[in-house]
Design a protein around this ligand. Structure first.
Ligand code: SF4
Length: 364
């Protein structure tokens, strides 16, 4: 029974104990810890974990929502492929409502474009096999968690009518960009699922270069509190190391096969992040050997770079951990999940959308 045998990672008594430990470990000064993962933010908000933190410890969501950081130019390109070129455009559901310069993919669909929601790259390949006389483009977004799936289908001889509009991005370069831009960051809670692929060791260079603690955390409430406790302990002791607080899923070297697949299919390149700008070596492009499946090459079209953010939207500051959603005057008024103004309100992993869902500032 839940009451008499609570799941160990949701045990309120343990949470209480960890909360007391956090109060003892927290330095006397204000501390800003940044995670880069919508799943972390949702778990923190859903369980009211901010209420268990010392008041001087703040947790921000950085650039961890793949939908929010997909560039306007790539959305414009996807809209153009669907609406003007007439391909079947397959992508994840959250991408449909992200504003482009003129249209979202959902609006393009309403104007007659064939835009379909898929759960994986493999689903898009299936759509291509079922529609041999149509061009099918998979709009691939996401970090190192979804990139191996795209790599796997590219390397598995997809049908000739299949191609990929690749907009995959890498987390470690984004953390570095954030540290260069935001000097107030004291430590990182590194994303559990990205880390299952890249491994905890992937953050070592960052920790050494910027002398910042990085702790890989899982997604259960106690996982998160424990990881925050390790960050605070490092700060108190003046250490800046990589620690793995999620060893049941994350290995030091990550998932060798998934990394191999990414290496075979992709090359690292500069990428444009919405709200941030171009970050060197932070994106994945399709290797020349597979260029016949690269939608950017197959359909030689250009799309407008576009306005990155609508007026008044604080998404760039939210994404760079300089603001929280409620700092934005449009939050909950002009901007809601039903009529989002900026990308952080669109995706289920966007900070604004999560804060709206759980009742504004989720610090009970
Ligand atoms: S509330 Fe809306 S407009 Fe404001 S930062 Fe968030 S997404 Fe942008």
């Amino acid at each position: 029974m839940w009451e008499s045998d609570p799941f160990r990672l949701r045990d309120p008594a343990r949470a209480e104990k960890l909360s007391r430990a956090l109060a003892q470990l927290a330095p006397k000064r204000p501390v800003k810890i940044v995670h880069v993962c919508g799943t972390h933010e949702a778990a923190i908000a859903e369980s009211g974990l901010r209420a268990l933190l010392p008041k001087r410890v703040e947790i921000y969501e950085g650039p961890g929502c793949p939908v929010c950081v997909t560039s306007t130019a790539d959305i414009n390109l996807a809209v153009k492929l669907a609406l003007e070129v007439g391909v079947i455009l397959c992508t994840f559901g959250d991408m449909l409502r992200v504003p482009g310069t003129e249209l979202t993919l959902e609006e393009a669909k309403a104007e007659g474009a064939d835009v379909r929601v898929v759960l994986s790259a493999a689903d898009a390949v299936r759509t291509a096999r079922e529609n041999p006389h149509r061009e099918v483009v998979f709009f691939a977004v996401g970090f190192e968690t979804t990139a191996p799936g795209t790599a796997a289908v590219l390397l598995d001889r997809p049908p000739d009518n299949f191609s990929v509009l690749c907009s995959h991005k890498l987390i470690p370069p984004a953390l570095e960009a954030l540290l260069r831009e935001n000097t107030e960051v004291d430590g990182f809670l590194a994303p559990g699922h990205v880390s299952t692929v890249i491994g905890a060791d992937a953050y070592q260079e960052l920790a050494d270069k910027f002398h910042v603690p990085v702790v890989v955390g899982g997604f259960e409430p106690l996982d998160i509190l424990y990881a925050i406790a390790l960050v605070l302990k490092q700060l108190r002791e003046g250490r800046a190391e990589v620690e793995n607080a999620y060893p049941r899923a994350v290995r030091p070297g990550g998932n060798a096969r998934a990394k191999e697949l990414m290496d075979e299919a992709f090359q690292v390149m500069d990428a444009s992040w919405r709200g941030i700008g171009t970050i060197p070596a932070s994106g994945l492009g399709i290797r020349a050997e597979l260029s016949r499946f690269d939608a950017r090459k197959r359909f030689a079209i250009q799309a407008a770079p576009g306005e990155e953010e609508p007026p008044g939207c604080l998404c760039p500051d939210v994404i760079m951990a300089k603001a929280v959603p409620t700092d934005c005057p449009l939050f909950g008024t002009a901007c809601t999940p039903l009529s989002p103004v900026g990308p952080c309100m669109v995706g289920t992993e966007g900070a604004c959308s999560i804060w709206y869902r759980y009742g504004e500032r989720p610090r009970l």
